[in-house]
Write a protein that binds this ligand. Structure first.
Ligand SMILES: [Zn+2]
Length: 183
């Protein structure tokens, strides 16, 4: 097994034989797929893996050599990280930095724990909202909460994509890096 310590923690995108994105795996797993000829490397990552027999570029995107039929998960799991990712880490009410999850129609009054009823919220808005609805407070949501859709969500979930995967995931252009704050 090649020494992959320098890249532990990084991940690789797996494409089906048809180039359709399937899932994200560890670089270790992707390397094993390539070494066992179950996949070919389509896009190299950073660095070279050294083994006793060969040197191999770290894979960033691999393509399976044989087509696999995969039953798709049609729903994205509802988790705190996924909600924050969907809402861009912003409070649904004031657009401030979100720290909590709020149920738009309060759970105490029968509101569902579902994509359509949860939003990221700052602690201040969440606290002052209490068990009221936005309508009762005269508040407006910046957008209607919905379940995330699309191939990128299905494959990535809350993960941050490697820019090298953009071609296969049909990702929107990356937002500009925020300017570093002056110390
Ligand atoms: Zn807020």
């Amino acid at each position: 097994m090649p020494d992959i310590r320098p890249t532990v923690g990084s991940s690789a995108l797996v494409l089906n034989a048809t180039y359709e994105p399937l899932c994200v795996v560890s670089v270790r797993r992707a390397t094993i797929l390539v070494l066992t000829a179950k996949a070919e490397c389509v896009s190299d990552g950073d660095g070279i893996l050294h083994s006793a027999y060969q040197n191999l570029p770290v894979p960033s995107v691999v393509r399976l050599t044989r087509y696999v039929k995969v039953p798709y998960r049609t729903h994205v799991g509802l988790s705190r990280r996924a909600i924050f990712a969907r809402d861009g880490g912003r409070c649904a009410y004031c657009r401030g930095s979100a720290e909590t999850i709020d149920h738009v129609f309060p759970r105490s009054r029968g509101g569902l724990h579902a994509w359509e009823n949860v939003v990221a919220a700052c602690a201040k808005c969440n606290h002052s909202k209490g068990d009221k609805t936005p309508a009762e407070l005269g508040w407006r949501l910046h957008s209607i909460p919905q379940a995330p859709r699309g191939v990128a969500w299905r494959v990535l979930g809350h993960r941050t994509p490697d820019p090298r995967w953009a071609d296969w995931l049909d990702l929107p252009a990356a937002p500009a890096e925020p300017a570093a704050e002056a110390a």
